[in-house]
Ligand binder design. Structure first.
Ligand code: PRP
Length: 181
C-alpha cells in the first residue's frame, strides 16, 4: 500500500485511464502535425510526467523544451503572480509550438505563457492541457487539446504536487481537504 494513498479522499483517474487518453492526444497530434517537426514546450514542474508520456505517444519527429514557471508557491490557490524560473533554450521563431501543461485552474498561467511565447513569433502556437478546471477559470481561456475536464477539487499525482510532494504518484487523486485547509 502506497503511503501517499492515505492522503487521498478519492482516486480520480487511474494509470490505465490516463495512458489511454494521453495516447489518443498523441495520435491526434501525430496526424495534425505530419510533415512538420513541432516543438513541445513542457511547463515545469507539473507538466513533466504528461510531457514524458505524451511525447512517446507521438510518432513523428518532435523537439522538446521546457519553461519553468511558478505561481502558487506553498499556497493551494493561485496568487495570479507568474514568475519565469527557467526560460526556453530553443529558438522557436517560425516553428510550430505546442505548450504542454498539466492543469489549468484560473487560466492566468497559461495566458501569461501564451503571451510570452508569442513574442518569439512562432509559426503556430497551440496548447495541450491534461486537466481543465472550468469552474475555477478567472479569465476566458481556451485550448487545442484537453485530456479531462474536472471539478473544483485539489488534485495531486502524475506531476501535480501539494507542497512539492505527490508528484511521483502514477495516477491522479483528490487530496483530502484537511491536509491543505
Ligand atoms: C500549476 C500548474 C499550472 C498552474 C495552473 O503550477 O502546473 O502551471 O499552476 O494554475 P492557474 O491556471 O491558476 O494559473 P504551479 O505554479 O503550482 O507550479 P508547479 O507546476 O511547479 O507545481
Amino acid at each position: 500500500m502506497n503511503k501517499m494513498n492515505c492522503d487521498l479522499a478519492a482516486l480520480l483517474f487511474d494509470e490505465f485511464r490516463i495512458q489511454s487518453r494521453v495516447r489518443e492526444i498523441g495520435m491526434q497530434i501525430t496526424q495534425e502535425y505530419k510533415d512538420k517537426v513541432p516543438i513541445l514546450v513542457g511547463i515545469l514542474k507539473g507538466g513533466f510526467m504528461f510531457l514524458a508520456d505524451l511525447c512517446r505517444s507521438i510518432s513523428i519527429p518532435v523537439e522538446l523544451d521546457f519553461l519553468a514557471i511558478s505561481s502558487y508557491g506553498k499556497e493551494a490557490s493561485s496568487s495570479g503572480v507568474v514568475k519565469i524560473r527557467k526560460d526556453i533554450d530553443l529558438d522557436i521563431t517560425g516553428r510550430d509550438v505546442i505548450i504542454v501543461e498539466d492543469i489549468v485552474d484560473t487560466g492566468l498561467s497559461l495566458q501569461y505563457i501564451k503571451e510570452y511565447l508569442s513574442k518569439h513569433s512562432p509559426a503556430t502556437l497551440k496548447t495541450c492541457v491534461l486537466l481543465d478546471k472550468p469552474a475555477a477559470h478567472k479569465i476566458d481561456v481556451s485550448f487545442d487539446y484537453v485530456g479531462f475536464e474536472i471539478g473544483n477539487e485539489f488534485i495531486v499525482g502524475y506531476g501535480l504536487d501539494y507542497n512539492e510532494q505527490y508528484r511521483n504518484l502514477p495516477y491522479l487523486g483528490i487530496l483530502k481537504e484537511e491536509l491543505y485547509k
